[in-house]
Design a binder for this molecule. Structure first.
Ligand SMILES: Cc1cc2nc3c(=O)[nH]c(=O)nc-3n(C[C@H](O)[C@H](O)[C@H](O)COP(=O)(O)OP(=O)(O)OC[C@H]3O[C@@H](n4cnc5c(N)ncnc54)[C@H](O)[C@@H]3O)c2cc1C
Ligand code: FES
Length: 352
């Protein structure tokens, strides 16, 4: 059975299949509804149903409260139509967005290797070219695991292979399989591109990329993309890791910093043993960022990617250093763990 979704503000209708989410139907039709986690956790995709019935699916009770459900609000990434729908939604308009329609792919694993003791790098050859903007992510299907999992793309747009960095989560169904079972030659289904965490090129005078944990993927893709396009303004990558073993691609970034005078690479270790010989920065990445920029971030665009607590701390630092919300872009690696807790969101910051 299929229904129709009409987006009131633009007067456009799209078909939706049984079981297909409202967001999926819109993105495939090239209608770019705001979204971020695609897992019912962040509330970015909240829209108002004006007419029709929906099933809320896996929407977290914290991201979509009971009274909001009573008011007819839904999370488009989880809700499925039970009838024709009329929705009121802010369709994204961003001068830097390409609004690339969502598509399905099959990727052959051509390389898989450990990048750190907890992060496995995967390189997939897609059956047809995936067009995306640096910073976006895909949703990967893992055999035997219900639902898809989000992974940010670490390769730059235009590269033949798609690179992913997968951190193994204790007891995590998908990440354990990707670490322990996946082998070269396997084929994995995925869809993409997703997300509005992509590099803004217009009007940028300075870019600050902040990566924590396996959150290096998007910043790496953005950096390679900007350097390949000849961006000539200052670009700083701050990479936070617990210790030297968890720091990956450091050599690549050091080489790039030698080659490009406008690129600065700042690795920061939070739990490196004293006396290890590490001569770089120690502590948390937001603290080092504050020191390096003398607590003045005016004129920059900042991209933050990684675990929610790191992002919260970096947002607070940037805003104290006079960077406005409109110039801060974030990608939080929400997980099933976040469904059980109210979203940890800076009271200073509206968007995620
Ligand atoms: C937009 C986006 C982009 C992402 N990009 C990446 C990426 O590039 N690389 C990457 O490694 N991950 C990334 N993630 C996170 C990744 O999707 C999750 O780690 C993954 O969904 C966990 O799946 P799983 O099946 O292994 O765990 P599940 O089986 O879903 O969870 C198992 C258990 O572990 C808990 N859990 C799950 N994840 C975590 C965690 N990270 N920390 C602590 N506890 C957890 C759950 O609450 C549950 O109890 C991204 C997430 C989002 C939303
Ligand atoms: S995108 Fe729907 S809740 Fe995050």
């Amino acid at each position: 059975m299929s229904f129709e979704i009409t987006i009131d503000s633009i007067g456009q209708s799209v078909p939706v299949r049984e079981g297909q989410t409202v967001l999926d139907a819109c993105l495939r039709a090239g209608i770019w509804l705001p979204h971020a986690c695609c897992h019912g956790l962040c509330a970015t995709c909240k829209v108002q149903v004006l007419e029709g019935e929906c099933d809320h699916g896996e929407a977290s009770p914290f991201a979509l409260m009971e009274f909001e459900r009573d008011e007819g609000k839904i999370l488009a990434c989880c809700a499925t139509a039970q009838s024709d729908l009329m929705i009121e939604a802010d369709v994204e308009e961003d001068p830097d967005a390409l609004y690339l329609p969502l598509d399905d792919f099959l990727g052959e694993v051509v390389e898989a290797r450990m990048l750190t003791p907890t992060v496995r790098g995967l390189w997939l050859r897609p059956d047809h070219a995936l067009q995306f903007q640096a910073g976006q992510y895909l949703m990967l299907q893992v055999p035997g695991v219900e639902g898809a999992r989000a992974f940010s793309i670490a390769s730059a747009p235009g590269e033949a292979l798609i690179e992913l960095h997968v951190r193994k989560v204790e007891g995590g169904a998908a990440t354990t399989w990707l670490h322990e079972q996946l082998k070269v030659g396997d084929r994995l289904a995925f869809s993409g591109p997703y997300g509005r965490f992509f590099v803004r090129k217009s009007g940028t005078k300075q870019a600050i990329l902040v990566a924590g944990g396996s959150g290096l993927s998007s910043p790496k893709s953005m950096l390679l993309d900007l350097l390949a396009e000849g961006a000539d303004y200052p670009i700083t990558l701050l990479q936070g890791a617990r210790n030297g073993q968890e720091l990956y691609f450091a050599e690549l970034f050091e080489q790039l910093a030698e080659k490009h005078a406008n690129f600065h690479y700042v690795p920061v270790l939070s739990a490196e043993a004293e006396g290890s010989g590490w001569t770089g920065a120690r502590g948390f990445v937001h603290e080092e960022m504050k020191r390096r920029f003398d607590n003045d971030f005016r004129g920059a665009k900042a991209y933050l990617c990684g675990p929610p607590p790191m992002i919260e701390a970096a947002i607070a630092t940037l805003m104290q250093g006079r960077l406005f919300e409109r110039d801060i872009y974030t990608e939080k690696f929400f997980t099933a763990a976040d469904a059980a807790a109210p979203a940890r969101r800076s009271p200073l910051f509206k968007a995620i």
